[in-house]
Design a protein around this ligand. Structure first.
Ligand code: THU
Length: 157
């Protein structure tokens, strides 16, 4: 028997202003995308912004529905739109921000498991690491690749 351990590395920034210019643009886009959320049931507004290898950014936000499971998280809304509209461009980063009652949440919102799995697949499709920026009002976490948020990724078929 061998005991093993997986360590996760990430960087914490005190605010969006501390980020490198390209990351800062992406984080700001995620914050802007919070306003695109349609969340009449949870009132939890989530915005996501995906950056491509050439720097272009597209946005998405959570969309809820009276038939609850028909709604979709911000991350997957942005990722599916990114792939469906620019199928040949690699996605190199995604930023996520959340808000309630018109204010960006202090702590970073962390993506659900299904969104992490979808990020993993687009990272694999693009063939380049996809960085993940989790943006809170008082701190920002940066993960250099999806693997850091989803160790032992399922990608075997
Ligand atoms: N939500 C997201 O958009 N992203 C996440 O990573 C977690 C949750 C949304 C789904 C739902 O519209 C609302 O937040 C409350 O769960």
């Amino acid at each position: 028997m061998t005991n093993k351990e997986i360590k996760i590395a990430y960087t914490e920034y005190a605010s969006i202003e501390e980020l490198q210019p390209q990351d800062r643009l992406l984080a700001e886009a995620a914050v802007e995308a919070v306003a695109l959320s349609y969340a009449p049931y949870s009132n939890f507004n989530v915005g996501a912004a995906v950056q491509f290898e050439d720097g272009e950014i597209v946005k998405g936000a959570n969309q809820e529905n009276a038939a609850y499971p028909s709604g979709l998280c911000a991350e997957r809304t942005a990722l599916f739109y990114a792939s469906a509209s620019r199928p040949d461009k690699a996605m190199t980063a995604i930023a996520i921000a959340a808000g309630q009652n018109g204010h960006i949440c202090e702590s970073p919102a962390t993506p659900c498991g299904a969104c992490r799995q979808v990020m993993a697949q687009y990272q694999s499709k693009g063939g380049k690491p996809m960085a993940v920026l989790l943006v809170g009002a008082s701190k920002v976490w940066k993960f250099e690749k999806v693997d850091d948020l989803l160790p032992l990724i399922f990608d075997s078929i």
